[in-house]
Ligand binder design. Structure first.
Ligand code: PLP
Length: 430
């Protein structure tokens, strides 16, 4: 007998803290899905949903994509995890990443984006011999100590050390400086205060962890110039933007080449794989190449992850598939539709995003930095997302979270979503 969602959730709470394996999975209604196919999720009660959460953006081609599943299945024939030397699949992944991502000459794989950014920060500190890391308020780079501060900070914690967790030593957080996104003066001020001490600047080139703050081109160019002039490493954290916005990530679109790039999430269409790549002279500082920066990880380069990555990157970069053109067209249809509805209903909203990513902020101007996002009406935002999910369109009810369209979504999915959005927004208005 298939169990009910409620029974599974209650059993989960007995054995898993809070009943989930990552805290933000607990936002909104308690969920338990038993099937994922293409753009759809089905829960234990047999209810079908259109999925825009996409496993935090890891699903790029659609759930259970048969090309990825076939490659993974094939990888199970013959060679499993060895832990010595290198496999053909690992070489193929590194070759593809170097071909696709402009900044990458050499790369290493990890199992998560957090490990990739941790490696990036350690490599930057190891190479420069400097102490400080500069990040931006609102950007998230995983849960490693050095970066675990000042993401979606409440107003009264902006400008202070705002840790993401207890248990992180002050010393670890104190070596990370925080500037304002799209504000080069705030970056220059930190360089004046800490001359020759900043190892690296790390940023999400499009901060999707607070929705979609679109970067000014001059801001990204300024960061490139400053880091070059100051001898710091520029790290683009493309864990969300990589592969999703273009085969080569956002750096391909903006034409700015960082020194190091972290990527992950959609790289394996839901299988655990991430990585760090960059200039060969920097990457050769890893201990694997005789350098002083430790490189380790039992599961790095495992065949299932590698096969998933190769299959996903192959489809995502195939001009005949035209994935980015297709998902971008659906994204624009969604954004235009939401814009029309909110304008017609006279709702204070700013609909934005990029390519396959869309978000409807409940504020009436374009946010340029995290401070601007304090104007977002968080309650309206969460209500909209919750009510959309109630109608069968999974959106993340935590405030400032983006939504993702995959290759498996159709125009009909978008139009149905817009119909539901109209109903929800009308309800919220009255
Ligand atoms: N960097 C960015 C930009 C992310 O959005 C995330 C996760 O959301 C990470 C790093 C961490 O990746 P992971 O969850 O795979 O550890």
């Amino acid at each position: 007998m298939p169990r009910t969602a409620a029974a599974l959730i209650s059993e989960a709470k007995e054995f898993i803290p809070g009943g989930v394996n990552s805290a933000t999975r607990n936002f909104g209604a308690p969920y338990a899905f038993r099937d994922s196919q293409g753009a759809y999720l089905t829960d234990y009660d047999g209810r079908r949903y259109v999925d825009y959460h996409a496993a935090f953006g890891a699903i790029l081609l659609g759930h259970s994509d048969e090309r990825v599943t076939a490659a993974v299945t094939q990888s199970l024939n013959g060679l499993d995890l060895v832990g010595l030397g290198v496999s053909e699949l690992e070489v193929e992944v590194a070759r593809m990443v170097a071909k696709l991502i402009p900044s990458v000459e050499k790369s290493v794989t990890t199992m998560s984006g957090t490990e990739a950014t941790m490696q990036a920060v350690r490599l930057a500190r190891g190479v420069t011999g400097r102490k400080y890391l500069l990040k931006f308020q609102g950007c998230f780079h995983g849960w490693g100590d050095a970066v675990a501060r000042n993401v979606a900070s409440p107003a009264d914690r902006i400008g202070t050390v705002d840790p993401l967790s207890t248990g992180i030593l002050e010393d670890a957080l104190g070596s990370t400086l925080v500037a304002d996104f799209n504000d080069l003066d705030s970056v220059r001020a930190l360089y004046e205060r800490y001359p020759d001490q900043i190892a690296a600047i790390i940023l999400e080139p499009v901060p999707h962890n607070v929705g979609a703050l679109l970067p000014d081109q001059s801001f990204l160019e300024g960061l490139r110039e400053i880091t070059k002039a100051e001898g710091s490493i520029l790290i683009f954290d493309e864990v969300i933007t990589g592969f999703r916005h273009a085969p080569g990530g956002y750096q391909e679109l903006c034409g700015i080449t960082p020194d190091l790039t972290s990527y992950g999430k959609s790289m394996g269409n839901g299988f655990a794989v991430a990585g760090l790549g960059g200039r060969a002279d920097l990457m050769d500082n890893f201990s694997s190449a005789g350098g002083g920066v430790m490189l380790a990880g039992t599961f790095n380069g495992g065949p299932v992850s590698m096969a998933a990555a190769i299959a996903t990157m192959t489809v995502a970069s195939d001009p005949e598939v035209g994935m980015h053109e297709y998902t971008g067209r659906l994204g624009a249809r969604m954004r235009d539709g939401l814009r029309d509805i909110t304008t017609e209903l006279g709702i204070a909203a700013h609909v934005t995003g990029l390519g396959s990513v869309f978000i409807c902020y409940f504020m009436d101007r374009e946010p340029k930095s995290y401070n601007d996002l304090l104007e977002n009406n968080d309650v309206a935002y969460a209500t909209f997302h919750r009510r959309m999910t109630d109608r069968g369109f999974v959106m993340y009810p935590m405030t400032l979270k983006r939504n993702h369209i995959s290759l498996a979504h159709t125009e009909a999915d978008i139009d149905l979503t817009l119909e539901a959005a109209r109903e929800v927004l009308q309800e919220m208005k009255s």
